[in-house]
Design a protein around this ligand. Structure first.
Ligand code: MG
Length: 385
């Protein structure tokens, strides 16, 4: 049996509830219900065909947004259990945190943001919230998934002040510089641990980065030397896996120790005390913050800006902007359901509202679907149909 939750953990009893009130679930907690709704959503299923760094069709071995989200949930749950935080809630947040991502990773998001510049911009965190609040349409009694405030609070990791002001209670913390609950803070850091480490793993596997490139990073070298000492006879694939495993282990241990220490010093007696605190309590030590920074910088320079990844970035920009321009200038180029919504939005509130419908449609695409849609447009243009 899990230990009792900490005083300051989120619980269904201290939850700020759902937008559309519902009877409590019979055999699950409120946060388990959130997690289950996320798993059964169509946006969640599409994550399997969305890029993390590598385009989905480049190989079957690389992380996708779906496997990334599962890794985040795994790390976050481990820490949550060790710290007596709400495991169901961190799992729900972690599985939902990337639902609003466009096809083609960050390149796709930048491109869509550019297209949407004069219509209010595009932010993937805000889009994840739109997905769970509005865009999923499968329940008879409410729009979206009608998740609890705490899950939604965790999904909205960042948000511009302009958008925050329009979000009412959920956006308040950005305006008043407050913190979210510890489960939201934790899922955010688990995201960082997951992508830094799996990008090293995928980068090495793809051959775009080499083991020797990483030897300048002392954190990596320490783990590598320890693995070599412990298992001198293993092959390179196993060695990389053991090093990545050890790095994640070290980061998780530091995160738990540092955060516990900070919480003990602050001695919060409720989740509201956590929210009112002037800084996050879930954090690495300074030494590990530095380590994470070095890893991030290395990946930015060696992997994300690698010519091969970069050429995909350019292609993504091209595809997203062509799709956007085409759909925005003729709604009928989208499937009837989206065309109709865009036309209605335009009639009711103008072109910016219609652009949001176009942006929702593109953001929801998988890598493969976006590539095919782009190709189909090319054919229609060349055949004049
Ligand atoms: Mg993520």
């Amino acid at each position: 049996m899990p230990e009792e939750l900490a005083l300051y953990a989120a619980t269904p009893d201290n939850s700020r509830g759902r937008i559309y009130p519902e009877a409590p679930p019979s055999h699950r907690t409120e946060f388990q219900r959130d997690r289950d709704r996320i798993i059964h959503s169509s946006a969640f299923r599409r994550l399997v065909y969305k890029t993390q760094v590598f385009v989905n069709h480049e190989g079957d071995l690389y992380r996708t947004r779906l496997t990334h989200s599962l890794e985040v949930a795994q790390i976050a749950r481990t820490v949550a259990r060790a710290m007596r935080l709400n495991e169901d809630l961190v799992e729900a947040i972690s599985l939902a945190h990337d639902l609003g991502h466009t096809p083609f990773g960050h390149a796709g998001q930048d491109a869509l943001n550019k297209c949407m510049k004069k219509f209010g911009g595009f932010e993937h965190n805000l889009q994840s919230l739109r997905v769970v609040d509005q865009l999923e349409k499968c329940y008879a009694s409410f729009p979206g998934l009608n998740l609890t405030f705490e899950t939604r609070e965790g999904i909205l990791k960042h948000c511009s002040l302009t958008n925050a002001r329009e979000l009412g209670e959920l956006g308040k913390r950005f305006v008043e510089r407050q913190q979210p609950g510890l489960e939201a803070q934790l899922s955010n850091v688990a995201d960082e641990i997951a992508y830094n480490n799996h990008d090293v793993d995928d980068g090495l596997r793809s051959g775009l980065i080499k083991l020797r490139d990483l030897t300048d990073i002392s954190f990596f070298t320490q783990q590598l030397n320890a693995v070599k000492r412990l298992y001198p006879g293993i092959d390179e694939r196993q060695r990389i896996h053991e090093v990545v495993r050890a790095m994640i282990g070290e980061l998780v241990a530091d995160l738990i120790n540092t955060s516990q220490h900070r919480i003990e010093n602050f001695a919060p007696d409720s989740i509201d005390a956590i929210r009112d605190h002037n800084k996050p309590l879930i954090s690495f030590s300074n030494a590990f913050l530095e380590t994470q920074k070095t890893l991030k910088q290395f990946l930015r320079e060696q992997l994300y800006r690698h010519p091969k990844v970069h050429s995909m970035t350019e292609k993504a920009h091209e595809i997203i902007s062509v799709l956007f321009e085409t759909f925005q200038s003729d709604y009928e180029c989208m499937p009837p359901e989206h065309a109709q919504r865009a036309q209605q939005a335009c009639d009711k509130s103008g072109t910016a509202a219609a652009a949001r419908v176009v942006s929702d449609y593109i953001a929801g695409m998988t890598d493969r679907f976006a590539l095919q849609a782009h190709e189909a447009l090319g054919k229609n243009i060349t055949t004049g149909s």
